[in-house]
Design a protein around this ligand. Structure first.
Ligand SMILES: Nc1ncnc2c1ncn2[C@@H]1O[C@H](COP(=O)(O)OP(=O)(O)OP(=O)(O)O)[C@@H](O)[C@H]1O
Ligand SMILES: Nc1nc2c(ncn2[C@@H]2O[C@H](COP(=O)(O)O)[C@@H](O)[C@H]2O)c(=O)[nH]1
Length: 206
């Protein structure tokens, strides 16, 4: 186990902006990062695997997890529940590994209350037109769901000021390198705070 705890990074942004794509590319470059797999009541999409993309659950199972305090946060988003299991996040941070949550805004605001030291990153589309194209071209949503997700997108963008960083996903490589810089910079900040703390302790006469 490392001395220092890992850092919790929260990645949000409207549906279709590219959170999953950018996060996977970031993780390919840095295998030390840990991804928190969420629970959801949403049916799996073609190619998605239980225990890899999500833990796919029945609604009553997610409600039970909520009742038993097993989730750090949860939200109802476009007709389905999504939530972050607490045990994995807490244990992995304790082991000194950085953990990424990829979650929508209502859930992120709950995390902010319980983990104010978390680093909140909002992924932003180059334009609303491009966002719409990405979500349509992904081909996973019905026309109705695309519309509902775009309505949510407007509300999510209104919450962007609550985040520490805004990263534009114009190009996957650029977005990944901006997020990598944030990860490095947050580690440097904490190292500086730790060294100031050690210096202060060292100067106290016992
Ligand atoms: N920078 C980019 N340029 C062009 N297309 C992109 C870019 N980033 C992601 N995409 C494409 O946009 C679509 C949506 O990406 P992705 O599924 O990663 O979004 P998401 O934010 O995770 O969505 P959701 O919140 O709905 O899960 C995908 O088809 C992906 O290939
Ligand atoms: N509050 C939470 N939001 C989550 C979680 N896991 C995923 N999400 C977000 O939900 C939407 C829709 O996801 P999709 O896979 O159906 O496209 C998207 O913004 C995800 O980031 C979670 O645990 N809690």
């Amino acid at each position: 186990m490392k001395d220092e705890k890992g850092i919790l990074f929260i990645l949000s942004g409207p549906s279709g902006v590219g959170k999953g794509t950018v996060r996977k590319a970031l993780f390919d470059q840095d295998p030390d990062l840990a991804y928190s797999i969420s629970v959801t009541t949403r049916p799996s999409r073609e190619g998605e695997k239980d225990g890899v993309d999500y833990f796919f659950k029945a609604k009553e199972d997610v409600l039970k997890m909520i009742e038993q305090g097993e989730l750090i946060e949860y939200a109802e988003y476009v007709g389905n529940y999504y939530g972050t299991p607490k045990a994995y996040v807490e244990q992995t941070l304790e082991e000194g590994r950085d953990v990424f949550l990829e979650i929508e805004v209502q859930g992120a605001m709950q995390v902010k209350e319980n983990f104010p030291e978390g680093v909140f990153i909002f992924l932003f589309p180059p334009s609303l037109e491009e966002l719409k194209n990405r979500i349509i071209n992904r081909g996973t949503e019905t026309e109705d769901l695309v519309r509902n997700r775009l309505l949510e997108a407007k509300k999510e963008i209104d919450m962007m000021d609550a985040y520490d960083y805004v990263v534009v996903n114009d190009d996957i490589e650029n977005a990944v390198s901006r997020i990598e810089s944030i990860v490095i910079s947050e580690h440097c900040k904490r190292e500086r705070i730790a060294s100031q703390y050690k210096k202060a302790i060292g100067s106290v006469e016992l």
